[in-house]
Design a protein around this ligand. Structure first.
Ligand code: NDP
Length: 322
């Protein structure tokens, strides 16, 4: 089978299209023939070595497709079932072997491509808006990179809850998408000072929560736009990691909270995984959540997908199709 393998960490050029044997399932695993594999920013961190993975490895943390074979102990899925998963390495490939307990069935009415597009970013948006900081109607959230994969889904969920969304994006085209997703106010943070603008938009009150996936270039100013006892959710670092800072700043800036969460801890049990994936699929099925699969690439073009994602050229979801 064809797969995208990383033998040493580095830029997009380290992703090699290679020929590997189709995996054999272990007793607790199912082998899935992929219809689509999701591209996520975490793939970039792993490729460049910011998140450490034993070499060599097949990239990719998200996929959907049809079960081809199952291990001896697997009873929850069978050959022919349509399934999706996330947070298991190895999906930039034609086949992937996945622990059966991490697979969720794709409901009728949701395509395989939608399944692959919904899992990682959809469940992330869901835990951010519903579990980590359960947003309430009337509250205000600042959502950075709101036209990105997670950003567009988080903006829609926050809007559907009835919260006010102040969104940041880098271009006018992205601003249009953020508004369509339900953002009440959009700040072009490459042209305007988002700290000043957010203070102005909230009449100096500040926001209840900042959802920050950008990190290095936004974190510090984000602390300045929180209301007293507000919540900073630093869930990524697409501009680079946040440098160490003095925790006493949290007290002087208003007894603030900071958390650095990961999806894996919000889908740690089978029960929570099924609840969260089910909630996202239900929102898609009922039309409350619109997936924007804006960029579909052949598997062989994984390097281009990464260049465009890192180059801030993409919006919504990127998929690789084997
Ligand atoms: P996105 O589609 O959001 O792409 C990243 C976006 O970040 C860009 O489009 C860009 O939007 C913005 N950005 C700002 N500064 C930079 C920069 N210097 N270089 C590159 N991009 C920049 O990606 P994903 O939806 O896949 O992921 C979004 C974030 O969420 C990532 O940080 C990822 O790690 C994180 N994440 C965290 C999870 C968790 O559980 N902790 C789970 C899933 C994702 P613009 O041009 O508008 O600035």
């Amino acid at each position: 089978m064809k797969a995208i393998q990383v033998k040493h960490v580095g830029g997009p050029e380290v992703m090699e299209l290679v020929e590997l044997p189709i995996p054999e399932p272990k007793a607790n695993e199912a082998v899935v023939k992929l219809s689509a594999s999701g591209v996520n920013f975490i793939d970039v961190y792993q490729r460049e070595g910011r998140y450490k993975v034993a070499l060599p490895f097949v990239l990719g943390q998200e996929g959907a497709g049809v079960v081809s074979t199952v291990g001896a102990d697997v009873t929850s899925v069978k050959s022919g079932d349509r399934v999706a998963w996330s947070s298991i390495l190895g999906s930039y490939a034609e086949y992937d072997s996945v622990p059966a307990e991490r697979l969720v069935p794709i409901p009728a009415g949701v395509s395989d491509q939608q399944g692959a597009a919904a899992m990682l970013q959809g469940m992330t948006a869901h835990y951010l808006a519903y579990s980590l900081y359960p947003l309430k109607r009337g509250e205000t959230a600042l959502v950075h990179a709101a036209a990105g994969g997670v950003g567009l889904l988080l903006t829609q969920m926050a809007h559907n809850i009835g919260a006010r969304v102040i969104a940041t994006v880098s271009t006018e085209a992205k601003a249009t998408l953020a508004r369509e997703a339900g953002a009440d106010d959009v700040i072009l943070y490459t042209q305007q000072d988002f700290e000043q603008e957010t203070k102005r938009l909230t009449g100096g009150k500040g926001v209840d929560v900042v959802y920050d996936s950008v990190g290095k270039t936004t974190f510090e100013k984000g602390l300045n736009v929180l209301r007293p006892r507000g919540m900073m959710v630093l869930y990524g670092g697409s501009s680079g990691p946040v440098p160490p800072f003095d925790l006493v700043e949290l007290s002087t800036k208003g007894s603030l909270f900071v958390t650095r969460p990961m999806l894996a801890y919000y889908t740690a049990t089978r029960e929570e995984l099924v609840m969260r994936a089910g909630a996202v699929f239900e929102m898609i099925g009922s039309g409350k959540l619109k997936l924007r699969i804006e960029h579909t690439y052949p598997l062989a073009d994984a390097q281009r997908a990464h260049r465009e994602l890192e180059g801030r050229k993409t919006t919504g979801k990127l998929l690789l199709v084997p």
